[in-house]
Design a protein around this ligand. Structure first.
Ligand code: HEC
Length: 114
């Protein structure tokens, strides 16, 4: 009986792990972080940067403007207006109001989580 109980615990434990894995697996393909970041990119950047149209984290991660896991090292983040990073180049979005603090943080979190 003890052995059966142990087996049941083990199986239910595995079930939980699998659930977690499948959730994070989905997130890697089209994460909620990316979908939040994309709303900003599409409304504030794509008018000039028509090439900023990637729909997967993998495609963004492969872009030279992004250093996965490090927004502060990513040109894409460094060039944003009012993000506390001075690049001595024109800040983005060019000729428009800066992104809001929460929009800047959304982009930052998304890149940091890649
Ligand atoms: C009004 C047009 C315009 C908008 C809107 C705009 N950009 Fe730009 N962006 C430019 C131009 C022009 C350049 C090239 C000149 C330069 O590097 O300053 C550029 C350059 C960049 C670069 C450097 C690219 C490289 O290859 O080094 C990044 C990164 C960038 N923009 C990000 C953004 C992001 C992110 C947004 C939205 C938040 C945005 N831009 C919105 C016009 C724009």
């Amino acid at each position: 009986m003890k052995r059966l109980l142990a087996l049941m615990l083990l199986l239910s434990g595995c079930g939980n792990v699998n659930t977690l894995n499948s959730v994070s697996g989905d997130a890697g393909v089209y994460s909620s972080d990316l979908s939040a970041a994309r709303q900003i990119i599409v409304s504030k950047c794509v008018s000039c940067h028509s090439d900023y149209a990637f729909t997967t984290d993998a495609d963004w991660s492969a872009d030279p403007l992004i250093v996965p896991g490090s927004a502060n090292d990513s040109t894409f983040f460094r060039r944003l207006k009012d993000n506390g990073v001075d690049t001595s180049q024109a800040d983005m979005p060019l000729a428009a109001a800066p992104l809001s603090l929460s929009e800047i943080q959304t982009i930052q979190n998304w890149i940091n989580d890649l």
